[in-house]
Design a protein around this ligand. Structure first.
Ligand code: TYM
Length: 336
């Protein structure tokens, strides 16, 4: 069965950027690719690449698992699991480091950005992180990897590593293709529309978190930075703030730019923002309700156990076969 793989780090607060760029897209793709199996996971090993409190991490893992499900994922073609519960991820990450060059890792813009924010104690895992991510994907022979725009470079590296190994050892891995949504792949900060909305931004006004209260959601949109013109028109170059709000709206409602522009031909930003507040609230409140029901339910643990079981089996087989191909360990005796 063809597979689709993706993950999210359990760090910071899950915001509508991550939601529209990934989870909402997963939900849509589950319908489009109903004959594929989805391996979606909580990338907790990735969270170890920067300092994080152990108690906080454990809490975030559970919350993210509940949020994934609360956003409406179908269970039929899904394995939802926690990355660290499957040892093959760490093993694969190491093996792929052996096929990744320093120069390639040095070019990763996310590494450069994150390293720049820390003055000392930059973990070597932050540097080798793309090899771990490549492992997450190649373990399951993913056909597609749905991600936001900021993960494109990591995906390209994953493809290069897979092709490099295939060239040397034969067809070991499926070379995965990224699936980047047309709208919502890069939701920008509400306070600085030239920067990506980020869960680690110190300014809480820069984002809407999935669990924000209704009045906060409306407030954040109302105070989102736009320009001084009042014409509701999509123009990324000259109206980046307003265009970002368009993207948020379109990713939720699937309207066209023209439909929205026509609807606001005689109105200004105030109306547009108020309506967007309503749209986002209507999208997030049902998710919040399901989230609260799921968080402490036995159902969540059961889903994570089932996901683990299936993913563990596939991943262990892949590692076994890779070890053999690479000549690691001892030659197995023929059975019988
Ligand atoms: P992470 O946790 O930073 O983000 C999770 C997903 O959300 C997308 N995203 C956004 N999309 C649109 N606008 C934004 N402002 C925005 N912010 C985040 C990201 O592109 C991503 O798809 N390394 C990954 C997690 C990971 C992974 C993997 C993903 C680990 N292994 C294997 C795919 C396959 C990360 O840190 O994503």
């Amino acid at each position: 069965m063809k597979t689709i793989v993706s993950g999210i780090q359990p760090t910071g607060s899950l915001n509508i950027g991550t939601y529209l760029g990934s989870i909402k897209n997963f939900v849509k793709l589950q319908q489009k690719y109903s004959d594929h199996h989805f391996y979606l996971f909580i990338a907790d090993l990735h969270a170890m690449t920067t300092p994080i409190d152990a108690k906080k991490l454990r809490k975030k893992i559970k919350e993210l698992a509940a949020l994934y499900l609360a956003c409406g994922l179908e269970r039929d073609n899904l394995s939802l699991f926690i990355q660290s519960e499957i040892p093959a991820h760490s093993q694969m990450g190491y093996l792929l480091q052996c096929f990744t060059y320093m120069g390639e890792l040095e070019r990763m813009t996310q590494y450069k950005d994150k390293a720049q924010k820390q003055s000392e104690g930059i973990r070597s895992s932050l540097f080798t992180y793309p090899a771990l991510m490549a492992g997450d994907i190649l373990l399951y022979d993913a056909e597609y990897v749905p991600v936001g725009d900021d993960q494109k470079q990591h995906l390209e590296l994953t493809r290069n590593i897979a092709e490099r190994i295939n060239q040397r050892y034969g067809e070991v891995f499926k070379v995965p293709k990224p699936l980047i949504p047309k709208i919502g792949a890069r939701i920008m900060s509400l306070t600085d529309p030239m920067r990506k909305m980020s869960k680690s931004d110190e300014n809480v006004k820069s984002r809407i978190n999935l669990l924000d209260e209704e009045n906060i959601i409306r407030k954040r949109i109302k105070s989102a930075v736009t320009d001084s013109d009042q014409t509701v028109r999509y123009d990324k170059q000259n109206k980046p703030g307003l265009s970002n709000l368009f993207d948020i709206r379109i990713a939720i409602t699937d309207e066209s730019v023209k439909e929205i522009e026509d609807a606001y031909a005689d109105k200004g930003y105030k109306d547009f923002k108020e309506d967007l507040g309503e749209i986002v609230v209507n999208e997030l409140l049902p998710i919040q309700k399901r989230y609260r029901e799921l968080l402490d339910s036995g159902e969540l643990d059961q889903i994570l156990d089932e996901g683990k079981q299936r993913a563990e089996k596939i991943a262990a087989e892949k590692i076994d076969s890779l070890n053999r191909i690479l000549g690691l360990g001892r030659k197995r005796k023929q059975k019988g």
